[in-house]
Design a protein around this ligand. Structure first.
Ligand SMILES: Cc1ncc(COP(=O)(O)O)c(C=O)c1O
Length: 388
């Protein structure tokens, strides 16, 4: 049994989650976990460190085999070695792909609210964000009419799909993905499918890789994967781009080479191999622990903080709190939580249209930390009236 209850002091380790604040703040924001990485990964990294020579790396065949094996085992789908382009991270890779397949001033569409870095890299590359806002009733739904209308009106070139979707914690079904592919196909829109959260999915839900839909999807899409969210390795800088379409792949590989981002970090290479070949049992235990934290949070909030509505995530360790009954903007609420209660969360408007009124809460931490954070949140919401 892995002891996910173990509280690890991450303060003063130069980690963004805990060290961004000088004083003691409980960080429930950025998407990394307060858990140790699986033992086989730690062991191989120790061995690499002990070697004491940290020169340029080479990607061995075991690296490709590990990614292929994981797809087969987890998603019952066989990918080819020739489709894989190793790289240093999903966001740098998406940025490079944006540069390859669009020009400054072009329009890129997102289903919002969505992961804030998509918005940032689009804007930092001088492209424009077009939002098609998801509609919420009991769960979030895609408005296909709006999505296609915005594509046509704005001559959209690229769609970045978050599959599973951060911050709302939903997976996309086969039918939903098929409809999106049809619309993109008939309007010549390239789909970038970010599948970094593919492994953090709770039973009975299942992640569906976009390329598993078949030839049509394969022809117009590029997929991004990484072991970083799943095994808590974000600092190791390793990810893969999977491209079935040979013509697209050639262009991507040239761009990766031009920017010298075609070599993952030497420690990342070793970690990916171990993660995808020896850490399946660890992942199963992790999912149980996370699910327990999610259920605990749902129960706690429903019983103690009736002003807040919480969605039960199907995927990811990120929870999306509906704070629209709180008479404060989500940005002010986040500032208030940080300043008065030493609790850091992400406020909704950074996730684009549809984000206002919500906050994102990362529950990937030991239960003790989770309980402390929820207790602080409860008192903060109770006392909010006095703030007005
Ligand atoms: C949807 C999504 N894509 C990408 C990333 C970051 O990827 P990387 O660290 O490999 O750039 C995150 C991190 O939270 C994410 O949620």
């Amino acid at each position: 049994m892995i002891n996910f209850d173990k509280v690890i002091n991450r303060k003063n380790t130069n980690c963004i989650k805990w060290d961004i604040d000088k004083e003691d703040v409980i960080p429930m924001w950025v998407a990394d976990m307060d858990f140790e990485a699986p033992e086989p990964i730690v062991e191989i990294l120790k061995k690499k460190i002990e070697h004491k020579v940290y020169g340029y790396g080479l990607i061995p065949k075991e690296y490709y085999e590990a990614e292929i094996e994981w797809w087969e085992k987890k998603f019952i789908y066989k990918i080819e070695k020739e489709w894989i382009s190793p790289t240093i991270g999903v966001i740098p890779a998406i940025s490079a792909v944006i540069q390859s397949f669009s020009n400054a001033g072009d329009n890129i569409i997102l289903l919002s609210p969505v992961y804030s870095h998509f918005i940032e890299i689009i804007e930092n590359n001088d492209r424009n964000v077009i939002y098609s806002e998801l509609e919420y009733e009991d769960k979030y739904e895609i408005n296909y009419v709006d999505f296609e209308k915005k594509i046509i009106q704005n001559e959209v070139k690229i769609f970045i799909l978050c599959n599973p979707h951060n911050p709302i914690g939903q997976i996309w079904s086969k039918e939903e993905l098929e409809k999106l592919v049809k619309i993109c196909e008939r309007n010549e829109v390239l789909i970038l499918s970010d599948e970094i959260h593919r492994d953090i999915v709770y039973s009975p839900y299942k992640h569906i890789p976009l390329i598993s839909l078949g030839e049509e999807a394969q022809g117009i899409s590029i997929t991004f994967t990484a072991p970083s969210k799943t095994f808590n390795l974000a600092g190791l800088k390793v990810a893969n781009i999977i491209t079935v379409n040979e013509n697209l792949k050639k262009i991507i590989d040239k761009k990766l080479l031009a920017n010298e981002i075609n070599q993952p970090n030497i420690f990342g290479i070793e970690a990916l191999i171990k993660a995808y070949t020896e850490c399946d049992a660890w992942l199963n235990e992790l999912l149980d622990y996370l699910k327990n934290n999610i259920d605990f949070t749902l129960d706690y909030i429903n019983k103690n903080i009736p002003q807040i509505k919480v969605l039960a995530p199907e995927a990811t360790y990120l929870m999306w709190f509906d704070c629209q009954n709180v008479k404060m903007s989500s940005k002010s609420l986040a500032k208030y939580l940080l300043k008065k209660y030493k609790l850091r969360v992400n406020y909704g408007d950074i996730y684009g249209q549809g984000g206002e009124g919500y906050i994102r809460f990362n529950i990937a931490c030991p239960k003790e930390t989770l309980i402390k954070s929820l207790e602080l949140f409860k008192i903060a919401i109770e006392n909010i009236e006095n703030e007005e």
